[in-house]
Design a protein around this ligand. Sequence first.
Ligand SMILES: [Mn+2]
Length: 387
Amino acid sequence: MHVAYAIPRVALLLCFGVLTVCREVVFPPVAAVGGHAQIPQILAGGLQDDEFIKYAGLQTFANLPWVHCLSAEQDVAPYDIAFLGAPFDTGTTGRPGARFGPAGIRQGSRRLTPSFAYNAYTHNNSFKSWSRIIDCGDAPLTFLDNTAALKQLGEAHRIVSGRTANSTDVSSVPRIIVLGGDHTTTLAALRSTVDHWGPVSVIHFDSHLDTWDPKLIGGGISHYAGVNHGTFLHLAHEEGLILNSSMHAGIRAPAGNKKYDWRNDRRCGFEIVTARDIDKVGTQGIIDKLKERIGDTPVYISVDIDVLDPAYAPATGTAEVGGWTTRELLSILDGLEDIKVVGADVVEVAPIYDNPGEVTVLAAAEVAHSLMTLMVETPVKPLKDMA
Ligand SMILES: [Mn+2]
């Protein structure tokens, strides 16, 4: 039974005082109930995978289809690129709240929908290319024990990346974009990423170094406390997860001492592009520096939303003024086309501190969209496909 057919319609045919043929105005305005093109499909009995309606239904990233990637079943609908939420914020040293980041970023992505996503600059639609892109929902993470939560996230990441991809001629392994979560979550993601791709260069967009020696942040309290959102890159280096061709971008926060932190940072495999470097070399100069540094290595891009100035991203745990604009960050990210992105994340989004205009979650969603586009533009084969 199609309810819409039962609704009485009144066509207003009176224009300019005379009865004539003009645009029919229908009451009630049934077209507004479900968008535009989707009405015929609904009346015909249902929507296809890529005909999701905006502002309706349970919110996935960019209104993508949801797949139960963490199902105990062997067979789930295959995919090539997956969004995975990591609701975790007990590794933060600043304002908590990033456990609500995945939901916030999805909220910020409501305006995106695969059928209406042709890029204004390239005229490409990265949702409509070779890859099947889906949202896995969130990894279930305990909020009572950091170590256990990171193990849970690592295991979820392994399950999601362990499924056979949809386009196996391109890559047998799907790639993941994590929606964080505080920055500690990147450590769990890196541990899983190296299983398929080997050690990676990290392009780390952040106002902070995040390579702090656990001895100086938290480790003096307990080994457990030394694993946090300021030390995870130090730990990733110690664990051999990252290459010595890694790079920070957007750095401006202070260190705890004159020399040690900076030397330690280099020892962890990083060089630095500061926030103010953009004033000298522009976005293209930043892109060139990043590409030169990473060369041909597999790359994990981690975007701490605090790389943006708090004017553009107030909703984060450890905001630092003097950062990049959203447009600058997006120009840099989109300029990294043709690098081999094997994993990525957007982290440190704490929606409770956002403003009514939702500037932070809007920015974070578009950052995630850009990361997804980089993955679509440059397919990368995992180690096992090259063996
Ligand atoms: Mn960070």
